[in-house]
Design a binder for this molecule. Structure first.
Ligand SMILES: Cc1ncc(COP(=O)(O)O)c(C=O)c1O
Length: 382
């Protein structure tokens, strides 16, 4: 009898699969988690194994609050932060508590394709807003808001990834961040900020979060340990206005089940307190910076016709090919050449991206990434 699969990641033998935005298993902190588990059980005893407080495990919230206040210069009251099961869970909970089926929400074009799946689970009307090489176009947002208003539609929120975007790698400029926050405040538009790549900044610290720039109540910011520690921990955090955060913290899910992933949260609290989180972030930044550089150099060498911007952080490079190029057709034959990626159209809700594709540099070594670009060249030439 076949066993059930253990993990989500599965790659075809012989294929360098740059479709996966997942970490290299060799970079996951197995020994640190083992030590942290022992420390947590010793230090917190049976509290590690009880139902957790509804907003999440106190020791981890204490750590996060202090770290966020120090890094982002914005104080957090207790009711303004809670733990989540990562950003996928946070987005699902926000959709549960802030929308009803048929409501309108906005996303960037392109956007993270699996966030769109979560929004579709809630039967929302998803309207794309154009972006350019600097990220979300503020004028396009204003025009769409005016049009929706004329049509009598109220927008429940804008889902946005301003920092090291998936799929484009772009970070919204500070000027546009301030403009976006200002318009959102004027228009009473809730911004749902997906900040999953903040820690993975390779050249300079990430730009200030929308949350840190906005008046209280404008932004719900979702942070996650998935990329900066390990995706299997299924843990993240949410910062925002007390009333907004508490709507989720006091919801039925937490009332019945307690704080999410409590045992893991207590373990990560121990890991953070011992300095192992900061050490892991530094290790990841070193490894991913090298991979980003290797992939960027290989693209310039092997695919001179592709336009791209080297991202300052995150997991992805977005390649734009000349008009007429069809990334979906290329994807059909790429695995025969030992390489794979995601074609651009997957990241658009209403068409676009035909001549673009996304490659992730998180899963493979610099040498494998260079080999992947040679294979992509031969797939294109074929
Ligand atoms: C933009 C973005 N948001 C959310 C996620 C998933 O986050 P989590 O693992 O915290 O649920 C990903 C993972 O690829 C992502 O790229």
């Amino acid at each position: 009898m076949n066993s059930f699969p253990t993990i989500q990641l599965s790659t075809k033998p012989g294929v360098i699969d740059l479709a996966w935005g997942q970490p290299d298993p060799k970079l996951l902190p197995v020994a640190a988690m083992q030590r942290a588990t022992e420390i947590a059980l010793q230090k917190f005893g049976a509290d590690t194994l009880a139902y957790g407080a509804d907003a999440g495990a106190g020791p981890l919230l204490d750590f996060l609050r202090a770290r966020i206040e120090k890094d982002e210069g914005r104080a957090l009251a207790h009711e303004q932060i809670m733990l989540t099961g990562g950003n996928s869970d946070a987005l699902d909970q926000i959709a549960t508590h802030f929308t009803e089926p048929g409501d309108t929400v906005l996303v960037e074009a392109p956007t993270y394709h699996l966030a769109v799946r979560i929004l579709r689970d809630h039967h929302l009307d998803i309207v794309p807003i154009a972006t350019d090489e600097e990220g979300l176009r503020i004028n396009a947002l204003q025009e769409e808001l005016a049009e929706l208003k004329r049509a009598g539609k109220r927008v429940k929120f804008l889902y946005t990834i301003p920092t090291f975007h998936n799929p484009t790698g772009v970070s919204l400029s500070e000027g546009r961040r301030r403009g976006l926050v200002k318009i959102a405040a004027q228009e009473h538009l809730l911004l749902v900020e997906d900040d999953v790549y903040r820690e993975l900044a390779y050249d300079a610290p990430a730009s200030p979060s929308l949350w840190s720039l906005a008046p209280d109540g404008v932004v719900l910011r979702m942070g996650s340990f998935a990329k900066s520690l390990a995706p299997g921990v299924r843990l993240g955090w949410l910062t925002g206005k007390g009333e907004h955060v508490q709507r989720i913290a006091l919801g039925g899910l937490r009332d019945s089940g307690g704080g999410v992933n409590h045992f893991t949260a207590m373990t990560i609290a121990a890991l953070c307190e011992e300095g192992m989180y900061d050490a892991q972030v530094e290790t990841l930044k070193r490894a991913y910076r090298e991979r980003r550089d290797a992939l960027s150099e290989a693209i310039v060498r092997e695919l001179p016709e592709a336009a791209f911007a080297k991202p300052g952080g995150g997991f992805f490079i977005w390649l734009n090919f000349p008009n007429g190029f069809d990334a979906q057709v290329l994807r059909g034959r790429a695995p025969e050449h030992g390489v794979d990626f995601i074609h651009g159209a997957r990241f658009f809700v209403e068409g676009g991206g035909t001549n673009a594709l996304r490659v992730a540099f998180s899963l493979y070594s610099p040498e494998e990434l260079q080999e992947a670009m040679k294979r992509l060249r031969s797939a294109i030439d074929a």
